[in-house]
Design a protein around this ligand. Sequence first.
Ligand code: HEM
Length: 521
Amino acid sequence: MANKITKITKTLIRHRSQTLLTDPETFCPAQAQEKQRAKPYSQVPGPKAIPILGNTWRLMPIVGQYDISDMARVSLLLYQDYGKIVKLSNLVGRPDLLFLYDADEIEKIYRQEGPTPFRPSMPCLVKYKSDVRKDFFGVEAGVVGVHGEPWRIFRTKVQKPILQLRTVKKYIEPIEAVTEDFIQRMLEMRDSNQEMPHDFDNEIHKWALECIGRVSLDTRLGCLDANLPTDSEPQKIINAAKYALRNIALLELRFPFWRYFPTTIWTNYVKNMDYFIEICTKYIDEAMARLKTKEVKDEKDLSLVERILASEPNPKTATILALDLILVGIDTISMAVCSILYQIATRPDQQQKLYEELRRVMPDPREPLDSNKLEEMVFLKAFVKEVFRVYSTVIGNGRTLQEDMILLGYKVPKGVQVVFPTVVTGNMAEYVSEADQFYPERWMKGGDENFKLHPFASLPYGYGARMCLGRRFADLEIQVLLAKLIRTYKLEFNHKPLEYKVSFMYAPDGELRFKMTKRKD
Ligand code: HEM
């Protein structure tokens, strides 16, 4: 009998300790209490939905109260009207959007995400990859618009070479060469007032495309040639990229007619995407042919594309990667550059500080850049971070919850798309001291220690396993351009101040007629 009791007691103790280890609520009573006290999801504040059209009408042209091009202001309005957690529910054909303006809660979501974070973006790209061109993409459809295990497998294959500093450093020289050509083009483009043409943003697009072509297709596409004919290949790629990205917001946020029948925007979108596949296949096949005849002694001699081709004999992987990099790597970087150049041109004191740093690091501007010199440009990097904080090029990031969570005291079910409006949180006094001041030094070591800077308030490249795959190249391209340009030229903007708008990215809206004059030394 005594034996039986001991056995039962032991079983109970084992069961109890297992429960303690596996059930977080028993393990952490505070969590259990939080869950008990949490309010239902239905009580999350937000604009009221109307029958049939739900809240989608709010994003429709004319009748809608929110203009997509004003999305940055919309996310601020939602915060001002409803507080730190706002639900936009009953959107036709898509799950609820939950806007979250609390950096601690954003941090909680990022830190708890599992091995396959789900970024709710680009349903039209998902349809294109998984349905319209399933024949081409198959299961290994890349990283953009791909989720779960297929995303993890693809990302694991390409992540190491693309994020390795060793690989990125190899591109300082090629990016510098592209940038020198671009600056030469800028000089040629100046009008009699030494100002850039009205469509200078198109020129920045060409520079971005030339950089991404060099990195992801191992080629100089020739976008910076003067008098590029409108039907030339590079101009066609630029137009296609612009079209695809600028229409994604319309396709995704407005009433998704394209899901039910092929609208004009959708049909053109598909044509553009098909064109990208054609271009990427052409250049990757050429790179493969070159690699086959190349004598390789060391992996270090290989370019990024060649490293991928060497490890993945099916060129499809390199082709799909190139496609993804081009899809997200042109507009993001060129809009970021439009914004950064506009800020440096309209802030002469900051430009002077940057110039002094560059003169110190690059006493002879004709000498090539290297990683040590770039490392020393601390003010330059801080300036770029401050532009991203105040004018977040990507206005927000997001995650689809893969587990139920308690956020700011509400029970939020899995499947809800949580939006992190970086453009608002990066400017909240609660997270950033003197948030309304443009102060790059806040990002520098040895700055004011009492300055608050919540690490999750401004994350221009996202966070975690799904973070921007091209961030190292983006940083490199921006640094090289700013360093080369401001070391030798003064940039001014002598026109009416520009407002920022969202045309997929958040950037100054208007003609970037910068005045460019040579410095004396
Ligand atoms: C300043 C320019 C750029 C900004 C602000 C930016 C920002 C971002 C952000 C916020 C994400 C989402 C990250 C997340 O979910 O946590 C992202 C993803 C991504 N970015 Fe960038 N990006 C920039 C430039 C580039 C460039 C130049 C490339 C290509 C060379 C690139 C390639 C990608 C790719 C492939 C993804 C998807 C990663 C994945 O889902 O696994 N980005 N970017």
